[in-house]
Write a protein that binds this ligand. Structure first.
Ligand code: GAL
Length: 444
């Protein structure tokens, strides 16, 4: 596997981020970078006494993956103390706020988790992270990654982060027994079939049709319903400059979202994604739409993981209406400007970018390696399917907006606010109007 020809870049990309990167006026951004001192090189700095690694991986599966990479790091760097600065809160809801204030106050960790795509661009524009071109060259990393992914971590031809994985957002996890009890033959393939199935679960089983957790899981559901209802091309078009969020097609998708929301758990807002996903394998809920980090949680060994078996305790399918499309996101690690233990950070990035590091991390995390040369034998069950889909000729790509690929921080927050209001007022017209505004104000 090692050294094989890098995977051809998937043909269908959102195109949005790379285009946007190219399109943003050089003057405005250049000025910002000069003022903030960004654009520095990635040499110099020799404090390797420790490394503080910032993420939001505290739960089963994700924390286990991080622990596996930490062990590899410690083996390779016995003199460097690893400080795990993870902050709980699915999809970084808490961590990102803490990180923003640390960066603002120039107290950065040595490396932090950031999503490839628009989210990373925000850090670049704010002059908060360093270029990693020579790091990539010195470690032979350019050929190790798909071209399309390199574009998503680049600005003006410079690389800015080290991707460690590829996650899939558009996954439906379901309890086969509850589907049987409800007389549902198989996983719903369209949004219309999904709504019919939710109705059947409610009418015939007394179980929760669709489990939901903290508010961000409704945002996650929204991106899946938009993709499933609009189709891939129209979904991808929503994130391009001047996108039309006021169309009847978007209204229809939001109406579907409102209908689907009627079958979710009202009391679930207090739990994070783990509680919502667990409800499926515990036989309390029929369906959950969640990224494949749920797989790491389900199958990880006890006491941390749930020790469940795919096909027996749970099954999976692409979220309704999205088969043939990989709604992707990628966790990547950065080198913040002013990292106090810069050499420690570089040593960490080496592990994060290595084949060994990624193959230790991803099977536990429930993701596939960002590198193209991972050891396929390690990816079994769902992960074998995921690798197959990711590399399948003709697979379409869509970027997850909630997990940083398509939406920058402003639009991300504005959409979250709109969804929060919708959860209160259930008003589709107001939701659409707020999403139109969010797109207008996104800076696209
Ligand atoms: C995503 C992140 C994943 C996973 C998930 C749930 O944003 O990319 O790695 O942590 O949130 O917390």
């Amino acid at each position: 596997m090692r050294g094989r020809t890098p995977r051809r870049a998937p043909r269908h990309t959102t195109g949005r981020v790379s285009r946007r990167w190219k399109a943003i006026a050089a003057t405005a951004l250049g000025a910002a970078l000069v003022v903030s001192g960004c654009g520095g090189t990635d040499d110099g700095g020799d404090d390797a006494s420790q490394v503080e690694v910032f993420s939001w991986w505290t739960g089963p599966g994700e924390a286990d993956g991080l622990a596996a990479m930490k062990a590899e790091f410690e083996k390779k760097n016995p003199g460097t103390k690893f400080i795990n600065a993870a902050i709980a809160g699915g999809s970084g809801t808490q961590a990102q706020a803490v990180l923003a204030s640390r960066l603002q106050n120039r107290k950065p960790p040595d490396s932090f988790q950031g999503h490839a795509g628009a989210e990373l661009l925000d850090y670049i524009k704010a002059g908060q992270i360093e270029r990693l071109d020579s790091f990539f060259d010195q470690n032979g990393l350019r050929p190790a990654y798909p071209q399309q992914l390199l574009q998503q971590i680049s600005y003006k031809g410079h690389l800015y982060s080290v991707p460690v994985n590829i996650h899939r957002s558009n996954m439906l996890w379901y309890n086969p027994k509850i589907l049987d009890d409800a007389g549902i033959a198989g996983p719903p393939k369209t949004i219309a079939e999904f709504i019919t199935a939710l109705k059947a679960v409610k009418a015939r089983t007394g179980k929760v049709p669709l489990s939901l957790g903290a508010q961000w899981t409704a945002d996650h559901l929204l991106e899946n319903v938009l993709l499933g209802s609009l189709g891939t091309d129209a979904y991808n078009a929503l994130w391009k400059p001047g996108a039309d969020w006021s169309s009847p097609a978007v209204r229809k998708a939001l109406t579907d979202f409102a209908e689907i929301m009627k079958y979710t758990t009202a009391e679930a807002a207090s739990t994070d994604w783990q509680g919502a996903s667990k409800a499926v394998v515990d036989g309390k809920a029929a369906f959950n739409i969640m990224g494949d980090w749920a797989y790491g949680y389900f199958t990880g060994s006890a006491p941390n993981g749930l020790g469940k078996k795919v096909d027996t305790d749970f099954k999976y399918a692409a979220a309704p209406g999205t088969d043939g499309t990989y709604m992707w996101l990628s966790d990547s690690f950065t080198l913040p400007k002013g990292a106090p233990h810069r050499a420690g950070a570089i040593a960490w990035l080496k592990v994060a970018g290595s084949r060994e590091g990624q193959d230790l991390f991803n099977p536990k995390k429930g993701s596939i390696p960002a590198r193209t040369d991972g050891n396929k034998a390690l990816y079994t069950g769902y992960l074998q399917y995921a690798l197959g889909e990711w590399t399948k000729p003709g697979i379409k790509l869509a970027g997850s907006f909630w997990h940083g690929v398509n939406a920058g921080k402003k639009q991300h927050t504005d959409i979250d606010t709109a969804v929060g209001l919708f959860l209160q007022n259930k008003d589709v017209a107001k939701l659409q109007a707020a999403l139109v505004e969010a797109a207008k104000n996104s800076g696209q």
